[in-house]
Design a protein around this ligand. Structure first.
Ligand SMILES: [Zn+2]
Length: 346
């Protein structure tokens, strides 16, 4: 049977009726009976976390564990997060989990790719001598995205600009996109000059990056949720000061990026899973207008991932709230109704 929802649709703000036929939205009343699952409230295209890495076991030497992965994506789903982008995973998502009727939609980028010439990398990175070939291969083998480490230790030399530029050209030629981790000023600048598709973190971002990102259509995923804790807990050492100052710079750049027309998106990069409402609050605190901050975790993020919003023929992912999240962002923690792939989750 069709599902029927009535409420104020966001971002438009118009009260409307919509129906879900399987995994599709329609605004035309179907001829058969329909089950009304929401009557009133605010209807959002299902939430999105564009930067999350579920599935890793705890400890120093994490490995991909499908049970951990299943638990963590369920936590996302139960919070109304109906689509996820994974900019780096330790393993492959089993088809049984990816295709499960109650699984959030997933956009994977393969492994974290670290160039062998970096002076440091982490145990969870896949180190490669040929970053260009590895990036193209990962993007082709996954959902049209790869994830490169533009740098790792933020006090060390990043991947040379020319190499990032070559990665971007090669991946774009293959019809795919590049997400770049960077948190050194030189690393962020190199990624912005090279025209990567998304800059992840961007700690200490130099001011000139804003214009470069706007020019190249690069999105900004600051993951403030992760960095707020990181910056709050550092010691008063020169390195700690660098982190704290870098975090303050990120906060400033969020608003500047938005004002320059750069798309800012919500990614948490951290536990607890299903916590994208916290990132929306951080984005608002950083000065993003509430409408843009909510969109960063909903309609804007869905557009970015090619998933679309509450439109005729769109995917049947809808979350319903008692209050307008643009006025009361905290309501995002309390979805009254979650519908994913046309199924009522809650
Ligand atoms: Zn991350």
């Amino acid at each position: 049977m069709a599902l029927h929802l009535r409420g104020t649709l966001l971002p438009g703000g118009t009260p409307r009726d919509l129906w879900l036929l399987g995994d599709r939205i329609t605004f035309d009343r179907p001829s058969g009976a329909a089950d009304t699952v929401a009557d009133g409230g605010f209807l959002l295209p299902g939430l999105v976390d564009v930067h999350t890495h579920p599935g890793a076991t705890e400890g120093d030497d994490p490995v991909f564990d499908t049970e951990v992965f299943a638990e963590q994506i369920a936590a996302h789903r139960d919070a109304g997060t109906t689509a996820l982008r994974f900019p780096g995973l330790l393993g492959e998502v089993p088809a049984s989990l990816r295709d499960a009727p109650d699984a959030p939609r997933m956009i994977t980028a393969g492994r974290w790719l670290a160039w062998a010439g970096l002076s440091q990398s982490a145990g969870f990175h896949t180190v490669t001598d040929d970053l260009v070939a590895a990036a193209v291969a990962e993007a082709k083998a996954h959902d049209g995205w790869c994830k490169i480490m533009g740098d790792w230790d933020f006090e060390a030399e990043p991947v040379p600009y020319e190499m990032v530029r070559t990665v971007v050209e090669a991946v774009h030629a293959a019809g795919a996109r590049v997400a770049a981790h960077c948190q050194s000023a030189a690393g962020v600048l190199g990624a912005a000059r090279a025209g990567v598709d998304s800059i992840e973190h961007g700690m200490g971002m130099p001011e000139q990056c804003i214009g470069l990102m706007a020019e190249h259509g690069t999105s900004y995923v600051p993951t403030l949720t992760a960095f707020a804790d990181f910056a709050a807990n550092v010691k008063s050492t020169p390195r700690g000061t660098l982190i704290r100052d870098g975090y303050r710079t990120m906060i400033r750049r969020v608003r500047e990026a938005h004002d320059a027309g750069v798309t800012v998106l919500a990614g948490t990069d951290s536990a607890p899973y299903g916590n994208v409402a916290t990132e929306v609050e951080h984005l608002i605190a950083a000065g993003l207008p509430p409408e843009a901050a909510v969109g960063a975790a909903s309609w804007t993020a869905r557009e970015f991932l090619g998933l679309g919003g509450l439109v005729e023929g769109g995917f049947a992912d809808v979350t319903v709230y008692d209050a307008d999240p643009r006025l009361e962002p905290g309501v995002l923690r309390h979805p009254r109704r979650i519908v994913l792939r046309g199924r009522v989750i809650r």
